[in-house]
Design a protein around this ligand. Structure first.
Ligand code: ADP
Length: 494
């Protein structure tokens, strides 16, 4: 029992923090990014600030030295006031050794002790004396470990005498500045973190809200509510997804509708032959059983009705196989014109019923495909032409060949298809409104099978039709060279 409660609690926790959700991922990414940014800021301030500060400060001290030198040369008596001001504002130690005396202006806030400065001064002066560059500088680490200091010395020649200017400047910010910088960095870090969190939250809400809306609509759809509308407003991708889902929902609704229709139609189509079979069987038992002629006629009706049932069931199986990609193709190279001719021949029997079927072949056109299936396609086109020809029983079977293509046309002059229904005739279970009214037998599966088979052959296909005038169902395939075996057979026949 305790184990179960534990499991439930951990499940609940897992549900609460879903690490693969957009919200958590965005939040984690932003926090990681913010932490990375803060780390860079701290790293930069700790490792590079001091060297950057040292360089900038050294350049500034050299500039200050030049100003002081110029002032000393120009107006020696006002040099003192400039040196006092410079020393205190820049926090540096300035010393000038003339022939008469030594002037010291100490503005360093960190008291180094005069003995340190004296050692520095005497060393840099020795260095200056040993070079002829006129000025020297060096950096030394403070004994306190706080940082380095710049020691600079130069000759300042005034009134023919050489004087020595020395400047000692700490190359590190004072403690107050460091503290202020640290505090600022802490504030900046906090601001970066908080802004990132807010941004992550806002972004994840913005990202997920259209997805959540779409999910809610999908749940509705899964309950069978086809009126649901998918709204993906927000992002191009979610709009695309919503459009695709709306299309899918429309298609599902359509299929549902057709399926309901077909159940009604198929049950009607199944019921009629079954009733016929039953009544003719009863008739044989009760009446015609002893009369061989009448009995045979009744048995023929039963056979024809079972054939019809067989066709219906075969069609349904074909559609289901095509849908599940469960169709084995026997590909071969054959002459489509010849195959079309045999289809034509098989329909000529209808001439006795008043049909006028014409065959307009072109030169032999070799295609690569499954001969039986393509024959099935052509048979379907022609049998539809027969079925929907109405009173005009004139049908054309035409083949035309262009450079590398052959097109099969089956043209009738019958009832045609209304323009708003023409795109649906390839859908499974679709039957135009008119043929319902006329009560023409059919399943609405023939063209769906044709479409599946032609797609498997990579063929183009279509229909041109005008209501009341007739239809032209066609498909087009690539042609190939006559196979060597056939070539030889043809030559032998000649
Ligand atoms: P069916 O078993 O109903 O004939 P099909 O898939 O072969 O099924 O055809 C679908 C629908 O397309 C038919 O019900 C019919 O309304 C329409 N159709 C097909 N061929 C023709 C044609 N030659 N002339 C007019 N309508 C046609």
């Amino acid at each position: 029992m305790a184990d179960h409660t534990g499991k439930r609690a951990s499940k609940r926790a897992a549900k609460r923090i879903d690490t693969s959700s957009i919200k958590t991922t965005t939040l984690i990414s932003f926090v990681v990014f913010a932490l990375f940014l803060v780390m860079i800021l701290w790293g930069l301030s700790n490792f590079f600030l001091s060297s950057f500060y040292e360089r900038a400060r050294s350049q500034e001290v050299i500039r200050t030295a030049e100003t002081l030198e110029a002032q000393f040369k120009q107006d020696r008596f006002n040099f003192g006031s400039l040196a006092v001001q410079t020393a205190s504002t820049n926090g540096i130690y300035i010393r000038i050794d003339t022939e008469e005396d030594t002037l010291i202006f100490d503005g360093t806030r960190e008291i180094q002790g005069s003995e340190v400065f004296d050692t520095d001064v005497s060393r840099i002066k020795t260095k200056l004396a040993s070079t002829d560059t006129g000025s020297v500088s060096e950096t030394r680490r403070d004994a306190s470990g706080a940082g380095s200091r710049l020691i600079y010395a130069s000759y300042v020649t005034a009134n023919g005498t050489d004087n020595v200017l020395c400047i000692i400047a700490p190359l590190y910010p004072d403690q107050v500045t460091v503290r202020i910088l640290r505090d600022m960095l802490i504030y900046v870090s906090f601001i970066v973190l908080i802004v990132s969190l807010l941004l992550a939250f806002a972004l994840s809400v913005r990202l997920t809200s259209p997805i959540e809306k779409l999910t809610r609509s999908a749940m509705e759809l899964s309950k069978g509510n086809h009126d649901v509308y998918f709204d993906g407003a927000g992002f191009t991708e979610t709009k695309e997804l919503a459009r695709a889902l709306n299309k899918a929902s429309y298609e599902m609704e359509k299929t549902d509708f057709y399926q309901r229709e077909i159940i009604a139609n198929v049950s009607h189509d199944l019921k009629t032959p079954l009733t016929m079979i039953r009544s003719y069987a009863e008739k044989i038992i009760d009446i015609t059983g002893d009369n061989p002629e009448k009995r045979n006629a009744d048995l023929n009706v039963i056979i024809s009705e079972t054939e019809h049932l067989n066709r219906l069931v075969t069609d349904m199986l074909s559609v289901s196989n095509l849908q599940s990609n469960n169709v084995k193709m026997n590909m071969e190279t054959f002459d489509l014109v010849q195959a079309a001719r045999s289809v034509y021949e098989s329909f000529r029997v209808l001439e006795s019923d008043g049909f006028e079927i014409y065959f307009h072949p072109c030169k032999a056109a070799y295609v690569v495909g499954d001969r039986t299936r393509l024959t099935q396609v052509m048979t379907n086109f022609v049998s539809n032409a027969v079925k929907y020809s109405g009173d005009n029983k004139y049908i054309d079977i035409r083949l035309s060949k262009s450079s590398k293509k052959v097109t099969f046309h089956c043209i009738d002059h019958g009832m045609g298809i209304p323009s708003d229904e023409i795109s649906h005739v390839w859908d499974k279970y679709y039957r135009t409104s008119a043929n319902h009214e006329r009560g023409i037998e059919g399943t609405g599966l023939g063209l769906a099978i044709v479409k599946g088979l032609l797609n498997l052959h990579g063929a183009k296909y279509g229909v041109e039709s005008e209501e009341g005038k007739g239809s032209d169902f066609w498909f087009e395939m690539d042609t190939f060279r006559k196979p060597a075996a056939e070539k030889q057979a043809a030559e032998e026949a000649e």
